[in-house]
Structures are given as C-alpha cells and as structure tokens.
Write a protein that binds this ligand. Sequence first.
Ligand SMILES: Cc1cc2nc3c(=O)[nH]c(=O)nc-3n(C[C@H](O)[C@H](O)[C@H](O)COP(=O)(O)OP(=O)(O)OC[C@H]3O[C@@H](n4cnc5c(N)ncnc54)[C@H](O)[C@@H]3O)c2cc1C
Length: 391
Amino acid sequence: MWVGQDKTEEEQLFRESIRRFVIETINPVTFDAKKDYKTTSRKLYRKAGERGILSLSIPQELGGQGGTAVLQGIAREEMGRGKVIGYGLPWPLSWTHVNFAEGCSGDLVKEWMPRFLNGEASLGLASTEPKSGSDVASIVANGVKKGDKYILNGEKGPMSSVSTTDAFIILARTGTNDAGARGVTAFFAEADRPGIEYYQLEAMEDSADLGGFRMNNLELSLDHVVGEEGKGFYQQMKAFDIERAIMPMAYLGATMDSLELSLEYAKNREVWGRPIATYEGVMFPLIEAVTKVESIRSFCYQVLRNYDERKRITKEAAMMRWYVTRVCLDALDACIQANGAQGYTDNVPHQRRYRWVRAGLFGHGTQEIQKLVIAREILGKEIYDQALGRK
Ligand SMILES: Cc1cc2nc3c(=O)[nH]c(=O)nc-3n(C[C@H](O)[C@H](O)[C@H](O)COP(=O)(O)OP(=O)(O)OC[C@H]3O[C@@H](n4cnc5c(N)ncnc54)[C@H](O)[C@@H]3O)c2cc1C
C-alpha cells in the first residue's frame, strides 16, 4: 500500500533482513513491562548485537558499521513495525556512545565499548534535572574537582530506562552558573557506583522505565571525564540533527503497521449489516491518516538522503522530530477509534504505541523547542535569541 522508498538493491535487501529479524526474533517475545522488562529487553539487545543492529550507527573506526542514515532509518522503521513497543527494543546505538568512545580514556573504552556493541550492556544519557530540561544551560548538578577526583552532587531525571541502564553519561556543572551551557562537563559513570540513589516514577507507559537518581558525593576519577571540560553540552549537541531525524522513523513504522491492521479490521468488522469501512466516519480518518503518513514519509527519506550527501538538515530534522510525531499520534488515535473498544485494549497494539510515541514530543527537545529551532533557521538567530529572552 505504501510508496517504495528504497533506491538500491542494498537498501531493499537490508529492509527484508531487518523485517525477518523482527518477525523471527522480536515478535515472538511477550513481556510484561512491570515484571520482566529488564531481562527480556536485555535478551533482545544480545540478539540485536549478534545481528549487528546495535553497531549500525557507530563509525567503523570505533568498531561499528558506519551505516548510512537511510539504512538506520530503514532499521528503525522496520523495528517500529514489530509487536514489542519501542522502549524494550534494541535500537541502533546513539551518539552518546560515539561521544563516550571518542571522549574517554583508552581503558574505559576498551572495557565498555565492546559490551555496548554486543548488547551486553547499555548506556544512557542523564541530562535532564527536575528544574532543568529544555534549558540545559541551567543545569545545577555539579562536579567539583578534588585532587585526582571529581565529586558529583545533585539530581538527574526524569529519564527513561533508569533501572536497566548499566552506565550513564552525566552532564554536570563544573563552571560557574554564569557560564551557562559552557560550564557543563560530561562524565561517564558506572550505574552501580556508590553515591547514586535511584528512584522510579509512574509514567504514561510502564516500559519507559522512567525515573531518576540523586548523586551524593559520587566520586569519579579524572579518566571519567568525557571529552573536554566545559564542552559536555556541545559535544552532545553535535549529533542532534541526525538523532532528531532518525527516531521518528520508528514512529512511522509503528503507525504504518497500525494503519494496515485497522484498515483490514474496518473491512471485516460489520455494524448495522455492513463493514464499518463503508462509513465515512470510519473510512475518512483512516484514509486522511494514510495520506499524511505517506507524504511525510517521502519527506523523511529525502532528509536522510540529504544527510548522507553531507547537506545540512538542522531545519528539516527539527520538522521531522515534532511533525512526524504529531502525524503519527493523530493516525494512532484514528486507529484506536476505528477499532472500537478493542482499540482501547492490549489485544491490538495501537494504544500502547500511542503511549510510546507520545514521549516523542519531549525527546531531543520538546515540540516547542523544535519549533524554535526551525524559527531560528528561518527567521535568524537574533529573533531566536530574543524569543529565549536573550539580548
Ligand atoms: C519518556 C521520556 C524519556 C526521557 N528520557 C530522557 C533521558 O534518557 N535522558 C534525559 O536526560 N532526559 C530524558 N527525558 C527528559 C526530556 O528530555 C525532557 O522532558 C525535555 O527535555 C523537556 O524538559 P522538561 O520536562 O524539564 O520540560 P521544561 O523544559 O520544563 O518545559 C516545560 C514546557 O514548557 C515548554 N517550553 C520550555 N521553554 C520554552 C520556550 N522557550 N518556548 C516555548 N515553550 C517552552 C516545553 O516545550 C514544555 O512543554 C525523557 C522524558 C520522557 C518523557
């Protein structure tokens, strides 16, 4: 039903191989997000590691495959189509891993990077704080250098996968408050270190594993500094464009699958003696959703191809991050409605997907922050700075 987006045989074969992996390895897995989320998602990570999915996004010189943005997009789309929803899935590794591998000392990287690549261990980013989310410049958790150590104090969260993560990149203030984002340093910290106290938060979707941690004199040796002191935020920002563009591809895959299932359901479910697909009230919202998903999907692949051709995609990636998420949410809502009460249950994947995709309006900057980025690209930095209250 969808317009083909693969331009080469390699892309086509890659899509088929990921689809097989999803059908054979991911779909048979059932798990209760509250009970066995950790063990099941860990098993999937190991399998994805063996299959080479985790390393797809990592440059070859760091032990990865250096896959193109388009291949990464295909992997996300196909995995999004699977029965297990996003949080438990072994996505290709993020920029945080590249940051760590490039910015940390040889020994730590030698010990941890192979484990991230083979799915044995996971790495999370701890940037957000209860009083500092969008405005990273206002981070207050701090790291103070004492002899050959840094001592970290403060709180991080909310963040996802908090109980399942084996190590974190923590952004903490090492400069003065006036230094804003320039006073923030990135640290690598093993999750089981003394001085970290975790807490969980009840969230819209259990498998988000949402929570945070408090650092009480968390001691880190100097080799745990990632990259340069005071550059932690900028190091992380370097890959914002591609990360913003890649994640929504998973939402597209999930939504395409939900639309296919819902159209089939509407053709077969009879009410008042005829299929509900014949009622415009059911047919039109689904068809409108297909129209929007189809058109935005072509845009997405074009943006990924532009990135592979080394074109700047800052504006388009921000557009993708919020608008694809919004289109997918509306489409999933239409799927829930077309399925009647079944749509509200776990018998169909639509409502869980809706709850997962909803978080997409926060990640890598909220939808409002994405719009500010687009405005900066179109209206210029002066207007952007004024919008943020800067002179
Ligand atoms: C499921 C989930 C997983 C997450 N995982 C992680 C993770 O792994 N690591 C991590 O560090 N964080 C994580 N986060 C946190 C996420 O990055 C933050 O929620 C996000 O950056 C927004 O910060 P905030 O929640 O503090 O909102 P705030 O920054 O307080 O913003 C509140 C509201 O005001 C709006 N707003 C703020 N400034 C402006 C402005 N200038 N103009 C217009 N509107 C504005 C925002 O868009 C938002 O709607 C996660 C969040 C969720 C929900």
